[in-house]
Design a binder for this molecule. Structure first.
Ligand SMILES: C[S@@+](CC[C@H](N)C(=O)[O-])C[C@H]1O[C@@H](n2cnc3c(N)ncnc32)[C@H](O)[C@@H]1O
Length: 287
């Protein structure tokens, strides 16, 4: 949803923009292009591979770009560290990047033989494998419930039973658990999709990080500054919607998307991974 992001952010010459989820740098590049290459772009990602890759994508504008490897939960600290304060526009395109998904070694997909890793930040010590092999049953059940997985108690029990016989090493181990459970197919989803997602959310503390970013929004945006959030599942979208509502009610911000914006049919055809994307935008009021 690059065009929609640019339309909401309205990048201008001399403006300061913060891409909290740099990924491959595609959105960042479009923001800079819209400002005729004459804006400052701060790009954040907790994945060093993304910082390296986007550094290449944005090399033509390297004078205007500051790339920082860090977690957007600490965004205020990051801005202070690089001697910046508020920004004119902020983007958070949440979740995993295509690069992360396509790299079998990172363990973000069901691909056969993928390690049970799922870390966006490879320096973190918590992996999906550690959760499956070490977490007590109650914690596993709570993790699955938080991810809105149906039958959380039954699945947690099966995980414990499985690891008493064999250690979880790769995606096949988890798929064996799903197979034994005969999980029901949900629409076109693989029955284990929500379990994978719940594990990923826990490994990367995705909902906690998003809440921390949202709580800092009023202090991050200049008056009239705008923020765009793109989420890919209802757990994230609910947090964004709720937080925007509160900011709108208190008069700190004005909601720009009364209804959530979805990708066009053309975009979904071109990039099927965009089909679940939901975009919401907000503007800081002058106070
Ligand atoms: C969907 S991708 C962004 C794609 C990007 N908009 C582009 O144009 O390529 C999300 C990126 O956000 C990063 N990310 C997710 N949560 C993060 C967090 N809490 N702090 C920093 N980066 C994060 C991921 O590592 C991933 O590279």
């Amino acid at each position: 949803m690059v065009e929609e992001c640019v339309a909401f952010l309205r990048p201008r010459i001399g403006g300061i923009y913060l891409d909290c989820t740099l990924g491959g740098g595609g959105h960042a590049q479009a923001i800079l292009k819209a400002a005729q290459g004459n804006a400052t772009l701060v790009g954040l990602d907790m994945d060093p591979e993304a910082i390296r890759f986007a550094g290449g994508t944005l090399s033509a504008n390297s004078g205007q770009v500051r790339l920082v490897e860090d977690n957007f939960a600490r965004v205020r600290e990051v801005l202070t560290r690089i001697l910046m304060d508020r920004v004119d526009g902020l983007l958070a395109d949440l979740g995993v990047s295509s690069h992360q998904l396509d790299d079998k070694g990172r363990g973000f997909s069901f691909q056969s033989g993928s390690p049970l890793d799922m870390r966006m930040n490879p320096a973190s010590t918590l992996t999906a494998g550690r959760i499956l092999n070490e977490w007590p049953r109650d914690d596993l059940e709570a993790l699955l419930q938080r991810g809105e997985v149906q039958g959380a108690a039954r699945i947690a029990k099966s995980i414990i039973n499985y690891r008493q016989k064999k250690k979880f090493v790769n995606s096949e181990d988890l798929l064996s658990v799903f197979h034994e459970l005969h999980l029901p197919r949900r629409r076109s989803f693989h029955p284990g999709t929500l379990v994978f997602q719940a594990l990923r959310l826990a490994v990367n503390r995705e909902l906690e990080n998003l809440s921390l970013l949202l709580s800092q929004l009023p202090l991050l945006l200049q008056p009239n500054g705008r923020a765009v959030f793109i989420s890919y599942h209802s757990l994230e979208d609910r947090l964004i919607k709720q937080s925007f509502k509160e900011l709108g009610r208190s008069g700190v911000c004005k909601i720009l998307t009364e209804k959530v914006v979805r990708p066009t049919r053309e975009e979904i055809l071109q990039n099927p991974r965009s089909r679940s994307a939901k975009l919401r935008a907000i503007e800081r009021t002058v106070s």
